[in-house]
Design a protein around this ligand. Sequence first.
Ligand code: BF8
Ligand code: SF4
Length: 665
Amino acid sequence: MSEETRTPRARKGRGADEAPRTCDPATREILDRCRECGVETAFDRYLQQTPQCAFGLAGLCCRICIQGPCRINPKKPGEQRGICGAADYTIVARNIARMAAGGASCHSDHGRHQALTLLHVAEGKAGDYTIADPAKLQRVARMIGLETEGKSDSELAKEVALAALADFGRYTDEPCTFLWSTITEGRKAKFKHCNIAPSSIDRQVVEIIHQTAMGMDADPVSIIFGALKTSLADYTGMHLATDISDILFGTPGPVVSKANLGVIDPDYVNIATHGHNPTLSSLVVDAAELLEDEAKAAGAKGVNVVGICCTGNELLMRDGVYLAANQASQEMAILTGALDGMIVDIQCIAPAVGPLTQCYHTKLMCTTPIVKIPGAYYFDFREEGALETAKEMVRVAIKAFKERDPSRIDVPDHRSEVVAGFSFEAMMDIFGKVNPDNPVRVLTEAIEKGEIRGVCLFAGCNNAKQVHDLGHTEVLKELVKNDVFCVATGCGAVAFAKHGFMNPEAVDKYAGDGLKAFIKRLEEASGVKPGLPLVFHMGSCVDNTRAADLWTAMANDWGVDVPKVPFVASAPEAMHEKAVSIGSWCVTMGIPTHVGVMPHIEGSQLVYGVATQIAHDVYGGYFIFETDPAAGAKKLLEALDYRAWKLRVHKKAAEKYGTPLAASW
Ligand code: BF8
Ligand code: SF4
């Protein structure tokens, strides 16, 4: 059989001679070892899957009804429509809209969990949780228009929780509260005009699944607008999730920590918390502290909780917990041979960790009825008795510590210093040290003067189609060299933390003169020790709305709408459905959004055009699809420069003629 005619699966091991697809030295070290002993990871499975199906890659495969799958070829007469007659633009639009629904479901279900926990705390039914940040509770209550005078924390918490829960199930057409109270007036007018303001998260997800069912909407523009409405439901769920997490666990402020696999310490009982929900992981941290003596009795120096993916970001931001890995290196944590327990909750947990932990002494523990992995222990983690359950799980890891095979322990000696914890409030505190009257002016003024060229939010995942962490780090280096102020969330933030971009030394090493001067000025005024980092860590994926709060504050300061603000977003290694929904709301909010992995939309020129051009005309934001990091960075810089230039021109005209700033973009 020739190489061409063999199936991709038969070409297993084809990549054996290729360099591992990562630029993370710790991951690289473990992968090299895996090659020697034949352990398979996602890096190998990606190669086994190539070449990937061209229909799927283009978004031209439809499996929405069981007449299908229909695979169509828009360029070939006779193959241009599915059995029902669906054309390329309908199939591609429906597929991507359903991805946005998947993303919105993930974030908002997470947010619902936070809201229910807050409600139960307020009702005295969740004794292991408290209102950690009453000041944030007051702020959120005021933000959503609640009367705060004379109310106790519990009363107010209940009202906030009920307002959040109402955003899931409203049956009137009034827009979602956590959307409407956090955006500019300009966006409200735009969303009303385009009829894309969701009134309820659950209803919107149901609506888009309905809208994209067999025999429903066939108009790509209408479907894409439905997807954008769904992405705004996603935004709503995210915003309330972050707000309530801050109320329950504290609003992050600057914190010092370390990141990469080298934070796993063989002398300790090592427990990785993996997933997204701080409701679980923060109690694991508490339980670990309480059981130090039991760990010592087992022969360890104590318990070392480390984070993987976004729950790692949550713990890092609030408690300075070490970060071990991002999405693509989650398997590596187990492969160190020194991980005793992996406690998982929701999202981005590779099913591969099930069989992999069974090859090691590592105990995998699932905690929610909607995430069960064969081979894992299952703990029914509920608010009632949460700390006791967390303790039981920590004890499982302590027991596993004694079952380690010392010959298999090999932890890569790579870890970087990290300064994290930059919630929107923490940033305003820092800016406020320079300009107490109007903190955000520090940022807008630096852009007006040309000291910095704008702001970039780095978000999103790892994707095996890209070299692990390389997209993030390459785009970042280019932007900071060119004086762009950068903030980060999700697995992008973990990449920067691991690779040493989140500490003060990185400012000297990578920042252009303008950015360096800007950060140093903030550093001097704020006195944050040991100094401010090159990239500001804003939290987990669900916390991307913290960055939205920043662009909203900038827009309001200038008195313009978001599409005029020199603010861009980049997801160089986007992977999850959540990245689709986040990217979509960034565009809808008016942000040029770079995606470094091609989503499945190239099968329809029309849909591609809507995402890259029509979106711009209507919303001011648009997608920049560019898989080459250098070219992506260049396009982001161009977008920033265009906006900053236009803003200056409009500002000059407004000053000259005494008129408000022009509204166009
Ligand atoms: O929510 S960045 S790979 S871990 S989806 Fe997942 Fe993507 Fe990581 Fe966090 Ni967000
Ligand atoms: Fe085929 Fe139409 Fe069914 Fe899709 S909905 S699988 S295109 S028949």
